[in-house]
Design a protein around this ligand. Structure first.
Ligand SMILES: [Zn+2]
Length: 162
């Protein structure tokens, strides 16, 4: 499998991993990972593919969300965004159906409680969901997926609970 580009350059700490977690005393299933990063961190496309959807997720509290799909079906969803970036040299932001290249700036992270796009987020971070042909491996995140940064260096997400 082609290595994926880590979406938030310089921010590799996973503040909440995939799986069951307790929020406000209630058990819930976290369908992705939370990457700790300051509000406004540029988010780059982990692979070349296309923009599948851009929406305000009220159902799961994801707020401003964007999803991407690669030709083999690999899917990435991003949530709690503070904004959608624009393709290079364009004034208007990325739109559904547009082709993206790995490394393109596609959005900005958010998550400040109450801010536009933050949804139910309790603090700045990027939520990332992966689905696709290798679902089980992808869900565990980090063990079998190869991530690299824009300089080609291997990225090993630092997973820390709490
Ligand atoms: Zn999350």
């Amino acid at each position: 499998m082609t290595p994926l580009l880590w979406p938030t350059h310089g921010f590799t700490r996973v503040s909440s991993p995939y799986g069951e977690r307790i929020i406000d005393g209630r058990k819930q299933f976290h369908g992705g990972i939370d990457i700790a990063c300051p509000n406004g961190t540029p988010v780059v496309a982990p692979f070349s593919g296309k923009i599948l959807r851009i929406w305000d997720d009220r159902r799961w509290g994801g707020g401003l969300s964007m999803s991407l799909r690669r030709s083999d079906g690999l899917y990435i969803g991003l949530a709690h965004l503070s904004g959608i970036a624009s393709p290079e040299r364009r004034l208007v932001g990325w739109a559904v159906g547009q082709l993206i290249n790995k490394g393109d700036a596609i959005a900005y992270s958010g998550g400040i409680p109450g801010a536009p796009g933050a949804g139910s987020s309790k603090g700045p971070h990027l939520h990332l969901t992966m689905r696709g042909p290798l679902k089980d491996r992808l869900d565990a995140l980090g063990r079998d997926i190869e991530w690299h940064d824009r300089d080609g260096r291997v990225v090993i997400p630092e997973v820390r609970r709490g």
